[in-house]
Design a binder for this molecule. Structure first.
Ligand SMILES: [Zn+2]
Length: 118
């Protein structure tokens, strides 16, 4: 069995039954242990290190600057694209005294596609 402790430094301060450990007068709130063997595919990745979204975002908020410094971004990146606008017939419904009336109009669809140079 492989596991990680939740990486939110304040995980053990959150008051939930699932964090209570110990007996009698020696009870504590303990950091959540994440069993990485039982995670679903959609939980793999970041949730191998954080027990839930609250702990993940508490960590991100507390260490935002350090996280950003792991991979600094000093200029924007760009993706070459082609923007294509096409007209098509659509309709909307207009309320009348007899219910609704179908009203046609010319709509515009904007399609963005990538121009792959690489
Ligand atoms: Zn946690």
């Amino acid at each position: 069995m492989s596991y990680n402790w939740c990486h939110n430094p304040d995980c053990h301060k959150i008051e939930t039954q699932s964090r209570v450990r110990g007996s009698g007068d020696n009870k504590v709130l303990r950091t959540i242990k994440i069993n990485t063997d039982t995670l679903y595919d959609y939980q793999k990745g970041i949730y191998e290190y954080f027990c839930n979204q609250n702990c993940l975002h508490s960590f991100l908020k507390k260490f935002a600057r350090e996280i950003a410094n792991i991979r600094p971004v000093n200029k924007p990146s760009e993706t070459p694209i082609k923007v294509e606008k096409t007209k098509y017939e659509s309709h909307r419904y207009k309320w009348t005294d007899n219910g609704t009336e179908r009203v046609p109009y010319q709509a515009t669809r904007t399609t963005i596609s990538r121009v792959d140079n690489d």
